[in-house]
Ligand binder design. Sequence first.
Ligand SMILES: C=C(O[C@@H]1C=C(C(=O)O)C=C[C@H]1O)C(=O)O
Length: 288
Amino acid sequence: MGKLRLGRISYTNIWPITYFFDEDKFKNEVDFIPQVPSQLNRKMSEGKIDIGAISSFAYADQAGKYVLLPNLSVSSYGTVGSISLFLKTDLNDVANKKIALTNTSDTSVNLLKIILEKHIGGKPKYIRMAPQLDKMMEVADAALLIGDEALLAGKENERTKQYQVIDLGCEWLKRTNHWMTFAVYAVRREVLSQSPELLYKIYNELINSKKVGSEKLNLIINESISRFGGSYDFWNQYFSGLSYDFSTEQIEGLKYYYKMAVQIGVLEKEPEIEVVDFDKLMLQFTNR
Ligand SMILES: C=C(O[C@@H]1C=C(C(=O)O)C=C[C@H]1O)C(=O)O
């Protein structure tokens, strides 16, 4: 087998997992592919990426093809800060109007559909667009942005107060009392048998990078300030509002999201949440 191809979300939200990942250690074995989530999802489904972060929706959509890596996700219990619906009027009103959806997301796009269609009973028209708030608002009554585009547009909107803003993590918590998992780490099933040792090495590096990331969050915050501006408190609050774990409560929230996604018809069937058991995998590997 050639090099493994590892996808990395090109948004700041993932830095607490990836910032201290030592790519040099893997330069002969791994190609790194930074992309927005929807591109990662597509490339993984086309077999052009083997492992990495994808939208949690994409895992369900490709049911059975991938297995999840333990203890890694991008999740929140309430406010996310970067999954934002900008609105010209209030939520109940736009629920039957026209909504522009960023073409970089798959999880949040369907989360918004669940909230609008299932919880509010609306039936809006959707249009998928590049994430440019001005252009989106020229043709729609509300616009969904995620990641850095949501952060930057949010910052600008703080100044202009042009639109109402709804944080979808907050809205989801209010309506369901659940956690929401936006991204998961997945691996194509065949990699488990083809490259178990390399997979384990990558996994350990990710877990180590996440540990150092939480210990040295100040360095990640400083890098965010120098790239995007904003205050230390702003970034500290942003990263502290995100959870990078994948335990019982995140999994429960995700299962509920999948259930709702099936109910509104955007997902065919609720997937089984299958997580790699590295102890078992390494035992099989050393025994063969
Ligand atoms: C928290 C975020 O979650 C992201 C949202 C995703 C989606 O909607 O498909 C995918 C990956 C996550 O990185 C964000 O983009 O700000």
